[in-house]
Design a binder for this molecule. Structure first.
Ligand code: GRG
Length: 313
């Protein structure tokens, strides 16, 4: 069987950062903070975070800080909760959370909670359970969950639960593995997993595995490496990961590697990108693949990073 070409993936991630004029860089300019989180977390999982300059990354992250307390996707852009979590996660990776004005960042996030418990992504008001997860994950890392109404946040997430056991982005919206990760993750972090029908959801999630071993995000859709993260992390959080064929999923992820130039794609023989490279490596981490550090399924950060945060006052 093909092996993980870890060194090539490390080189691919480091090169992707340097190719500022490439098509991929240009289209990702506005969400560079997300891209940085994906690339840096993948490097850390492969034990190569030391190959980037911590000072350079941290000072760039801080150029994206906005006086409102939120972070933008890149220097000079507007703040959004999506990039605020990525910035906090990057600083956590580098053990630099102390650089933050925690009061301001947490107030920015908490200020996005609406009366019904939901969260908006920014001042423009779009509501989505992705933002509920992000707010809860971010505030938990910053140890400021007391700044929001957790009960209302949980009630809102539960109102997005469907008859198939899954969750959507708003009440009544179709179940989707990405949203399920967000809702289950938020419930796990706040100690509310009893709201999940684990057998029903576990069944829906394990049905995402197709003949090739790859997972899709909802019925009748194509498999995609990124669902190795969204589906598997959810199955682990609800203790049903033994319901899928792990060996077949490992093979699917490894078959999506560019064995010559590094990087992982959505499906075998497609073009690689940084998003799928991260979620492929993160999926292998959840599958306990040899040589890849363990990742926390709820916080989407290496377990040693989460332990450091939890055991630091
Ligand atoms: C810290 C890991 C982490 C996440 C932060 C942003 C976020 C919180 C979660 C996103 C969850 C989500 C909705 C993931 C799905 C991403 C995706 C591949 C969407 C594609 O959707 P479609 O409809 O694709 O284009 P399908 O596969 O359904 O055809």
């Amino acid at each position: 069987m093909v092996q993980l070409v870890a060194d090539k993936h490390v080189r691919y991630i480091l090169m992707a950062e340097k190719k500022k004029e490439s098509f991929e860089s240009v289209v990702m300019d506005h969400l560079r903070m997300n891209g940085a989180y994906w690339g840096l977390t993948a490097l850390d999982l492969l034990e190569k975070l030391g190959s980037v300059s911590k000072d350079e990354v941290v000072s760039w992250v801080m150029t994206c800080y906005h006086e409102s307390g939120g972070f933008a996707g890149n220097t000079g852009h507007d703040p959004h909760i999506l990039y605020t979590l990525s910035a906090v996660q990057i600083l956590a990776l580098f053990d630099k959370l102390d650089i933050l004005d925690v009061g301001k960042v947490s107030s920015y996030v908490a200020g996005l909670q609406n009366e019904d418990g939901s969260f908006s992504g920014d001042i423009w008001g779009e509501i989505d359970t992705r933002f509920s997860y992000i707010a809860i994950c971010c505030l938990s890392i910053l140890k400021c969950l007391d700044k929001i109404n957790v009960k209302k946040a949980v009630d809102y997430i539960v109102s997005c639960k469907n008859l198939d056991g899954g969750f959507g982005c708003t009440p009544g919206a179709e179940s989707h593995a990405g949203q399920i990760f967000c809702c289950v993750g938020a419930l796990a972090i706040t100690g509310n997993l009893h709201h999940v029908d684990k057998d029903l959801l576990g069944w829906w999630l394990c049905e995402r595995q197709g003949k090739t071993g790859g997972l899709n995000g909802r019925p009748e859709k194509l498999p995609d490496v990124c669902y190795s993260w969204w589906v598997l992390s959810s199955l682990i959080m609800i203790d049903r990961v033994h319901w899928i064929d792990k060996a077949k999923l490992v093979k699917f992820i490894l078959d999506c590697q560019d064995l010559d130039n590094g990087g992982i794609s959505d499906r075998p023989d497609d073009a690689v990108d940084i998003f799928h490279t991260y979620f492929g490596v993160a999926g292998l981490s959840l599958l306990e693949y040899h040589g890849v550090k363990a990742i926390d399924p709820a916080y989407a950060l290496p377990v040693d990073v989460i332990n450091r945060i939890i055991f630091t006052k």
